[in-house]
Ligand binder design. Structure first.
Ligand code: URP
Ligand code: ZN
Ligand code: ZN
Length: 467
């Protein structure tokens, strides 16, 4: 079937133009003006026509601190689609010592459940010889990135020698190494000191993980990657200290890349001091920061020190899950529900206010994540040959964010009560309408596993061909 998206303003990482997009089956076959020959026409007058967003950082059904994140592949990907995300890369975690066992478990959760396409990273939590050996098979199966946690001591943290071995092994097998950069030893000490002093409330989650522990770990990871001669991707960068390390490495010509996440652009550490235990809703790692860091993150995004804005979606209900840490902030499961409103928030609060341009929005949420994580050129752009993953975004549509109406399977929303202007009207994923008039109309199981290519630091965003 051929579908024509007519009369919208098409935006890619390189261009903004008024035109039409012609889809045949799962793919875009033409862009331009005056196109016809379609079985069905979608009128996009007054709307932006954007590539579906890629979210390269999600945690669906992830075990953490004795509980499991409360969006599964059905609810999590439905919420993603509602907000304009058409492909995710989720973190499978090494399980029973094995990377491949972790991968199989996550594949089992996704198959038959996902509404949109998905890939996996693998988190290496114990860099044993057997786990390192499994990286080759993972890469062969299209899992081309590996994450190490430098925090969460006593749980999933790796030591420096383990991180270095993963980097060395990636040099042999291929694969991009990603790091959660916080000095886990320092955090552990600060946490024990805080608890001994009776400081058990949520806000002490932030005071025990100050920006300097993120900056130090970022610099250390960059140094280890340099020793191993490998590129590095730093996840969820939150602060000036970490940005400076990444910028300095890039100035030296080292292939260091990074992202920030939506919550660090729109929320601050003040949320953790909400009355009662409400601050627990905002506990994530690294923590939310003081407002001054946001300008530095925006500058890094515009100037290219950071390449992406993902979500780190890792939702835990307030009741029964966040409450586990009522008497000790260390037991609050870390993470926030943020998969759904990335596009609307960025459009209303960053594009409309001049912090990001439309092409920067697409570069940071689609094109660069697709390139770095081996999904390009099929994902991340609107061009002949690309998957027809497309958001028809109404820039005037009002959206009132609330847990009462969001699609995520969680009992609160960190942006509760926020009113924004701009929301997806229709979302297509590989040519299927998955969201119509703002409602999810797809079925669990339509999403497919995407075998990802290896990252090539020398490649640029794929060239666009317009006709
Ligand atoms: O608080 C967070 N970020 N939870 C998810 C796990 C991680 O560190 O990415
Ligand atoms: Zn992390
Ligand atoms: Zn994460």
């Amino acid at each position: 079937m051929r579908t024509l998206i007519r009369g919208g303003r098409v935006v890619t990482a390189a261009d903004v133009y008024d035109g039409d997009v012609l889809i045949d089956g799962e793919s875009v076959v033409a862009t331009g003006t005056g196109l016809d020959g379609a079985d069905e026409v979608i009128d996009a007058t007054g709307c932006l026509v954007l590539p579906g967003l890629v979210d390269n950082h999600t945690h669906l059904s992830m075990p953490f601190g004795g509980t499991v994140s409360c969006d599964d592949y059905d609810t999590g990907t439905a919420a993603a689609a509602a907000g304009g995300t058409t492909c995710i890369v989720d973190f499978a975690i090494q399980t029973d010592g094995s990377l491949l066992e972790g991968l199989r478990q996550w594949q089992g959760r996704a198959e038959g459940a996902a509404h949109i396409d998905y890939g996996f990273h693998l988190a290496v939590t114990d860099a044993s010889e057997s786990a390192l050996a499994e990286m080759e098979q993972a890469v062969a199966e299209g899992v081309t990135s590996f994450k190490c946690f430098m925090a969460y001591k006593g749980a999933i943290m790796v030591t420096d020698d383990q991180l270095l071995s993963v980097l060395q092994q990636a040099g042999r097998t291929g694969g991009l190494v990603m790091v959660h950069a916080e000095n886990g030893d320092a955090v552990d000490l600060y946490q024990r000191e805080a608890i001994a002093a009776g400081d058990t409330a949520p806000r002490f989650h932030a005071t025990t993980r100050p920006p300097e522990v993120e900056g130090e770990a970022t610099g250390r990871a960059i140094r280890l990657a340099h020793w191993a001669g490998q590129p590095l991707f730093v996840v969820h960068v939150t602060c000036e200290e970490a940005v400076r390390e990444i910028q300095a490495a890039r100035d030296r010509g080292e292939p260091v890349f990074g992202e920030t996440c939506i919550q660090y652009l729109f929320l601050t550490v003040d949320e953790l001091a909400r009355p009662g235990f409400e601050g627990a809703k905002y506990v994530c790692s690294p923590p939310l920061r003081e407002a001054r860091h946001r300008d530095i993150l925006y500058a890094a995004l515009r100037q290219g020190a950071l390449q992406g804005i993902s979500t780190d979606h890792c939702p835990f209900n307030f009741e029964g899950q966040k409450e586990l840490g009522k008497d000790d902030f260390r037991l609050i499961p870390n993470g926030m529900p943020v998969i759904e409103f990335r596009l609307s928030l960025l459009y209303d609060r960053a594009v409309r206010t001049g912090k990001l341009s439309l092409t920067e929005l697409v570069r940071l949420t689609s094109a660069e994540p697709a390139r770095i994580f081996g999904l390009a050129p099929r994902k991340g752009t609107i061009a002949p040959g690309a998957d027809a993953d497309i958001v028809i975004f109404d820039p005037e549509k009002p959206l009132a964010i609330s847990a009462a109406t969001h699609h995520m399977n969680i009992d609160y929303d960190p942006f509760e009560g926020w009113e924004v202007r701009g929301a997806p009207r229709t979302v297509l994923a590989r040519g299927d309408v998955v969201v119509a008039d703002g409602e999810v109309v797809s079925k669990p199981g339509r999403g497919r596993y995407v075998k990802r290519a290896l990252f090539d630091p020398a490649a640029t965003v794929p060239a666009l061909a317009t006709v």
